[in-house]
Design a protein. Structure first.
Length: 344
């Protein structure tokens, strides 16, 4: 090969390498542009301190702590935002949870774990600074969790089989933990079920959606023989009493007067069968709320008048709110967020 030929080959190689480099740069720029467009309009999220109570016991304005679902390095982390400015900047904690709730400085975090023995899930009890106090293995996919008003009792539900409440072929396991004594009732299926004053037995009983009234009592959903029921539970007696049909994912108001729930409404699609209702526990009368979309969530009371719940959004889920008295119209509270708790 002559010198001129070698120079020609070298020149072609240089030109090809340059074209590849330019193409790589253009592709990288295009990917960044697509990412920026995807995140355009998303919330501002930065790292910082997130706590479940005010520092030093001092008074502070309420904040919302929730799972941040915005794309980026803080996705799935617990984040905090001022309750008065829910669309404002978010502070991300570094603690990742799939489901979350908190009360009185105790947090319940249901998380995914990866390890040499395989992947799985854990229920983690957090202190007010989001430090782990203890953790427990979960038998399935996390779906619901709640903490009693005092912060002492924690409950969680997982899907043991199936991953949707919309159908009839699913199995759940619901556990209740006393964080003070360490006693864990690993499944409510060990409790005695009472219906019309008599013990009820059926092999298909499922529980989910605990909401605490105090450290010794709770409401939950029970499913059996194709129907769902509201039940009232007594932790000390280890009993649940069936109260009312067609009540799922109950949520007790802070004043204990009302119970929000999702109700299956005839005529709606099988994959989206629910509407939000509120049950007045004094009169036992129920009222539909203004939200007309199907809500597959355990609603959270932001106060005695307002309910928050998750619906699908561009970043997995958005939080919406609606008045609890049946008036008004739903409005979006936050984008890219779910599993909120009011703290502070």
């Amino acid at each position: 090969m002559t010198t001129r030929t070698r120079l020609g080959v070298l020149l072609v190689a240089v030109l090809l390498l340059g074209a590849v480099a330019v193409d790589s740069v253009l592709h990288a720029a295009d990917r960044a542009a697509r990412r920026d467009r995807q995140q355009a309009g998303g919330p501002q999220v930065t790292s910082g301190r997130v706590a479940l109570t005010s520092k030093g016991g001092s008074k502070q304005r309420p904040r919302l702590v929730f799972r941040n679902t915005a794309w980026g390095p803080h996705r799935d982390e617990l984040a905090s935002v001022a309750a008065a400015d829910p669309s404002g900047p978010r502070t991300a904690s570094g603690v990742r949870c799939l489901r979350f709730f908190a009360a009185a400085g105790t947090g319940s975090c249901l998380r995914a774990v990866n390890g040499p023995a395989g992947d799985g899930y854990q229920a983690v009890v957090l202190d007010a600074a989001l430090r782990e106090r203890r953790h427990y293995p979960l038998a399935g996919v996390p779906t619901r969790t709640r903490v009693s008003p005092s912060g002492r009792m924690v409950a969680w539900t997982v899907f043991v089989s199936g991953e949707s409440y919309a159908g009839t072929h699913f199995s759940t396991r619901t556990s209740i933990l006393d964080t003070r004594s360490g006693r864990l009732d690993d499944t409510l299926e060990k409790y005695r079920v009472v219906n019309n004053g008599r013990t009820y037995r059926s092999p298909d009983v499922n529980f989910w959606g605990v909401t605490f009234s105090d450290d010794g009592h709770f409401h939950a959903s029970l499913a059996t023989r194709g129907h769902t029921y509201l039940v009232h539970g007594d932790v000390a007696a280890r009993t649940v009493t069936m109260l009312r049909r067609n009540v799922e994912c109950p949520s007790l108001s802070p004043d204990g007067a009302n119970l929000a729930f999702k109700k299956r409404v005839p005529g709606l699609p099988a994959e989206a069968p629910w509407r939000l209702y509120v049950l007045d526990l004094r009169s036992m009368r129920e009222r539909p709320l203004a939200e007309q979309r199907s809500v597959d969530d355990q609603a959270v009371w932001l106060d005695d008048r307002t309910l928050a719940y998750a619906l699908p959004g561009d970043f997995e889920a958005d939080l919406w709110v609606v008045p609890a008295d049946g008036s008004g119209t739903p409005r979006r509270l936050m984008t890219a967020a779910l599993a909120p708790a009011v703290v502070g």
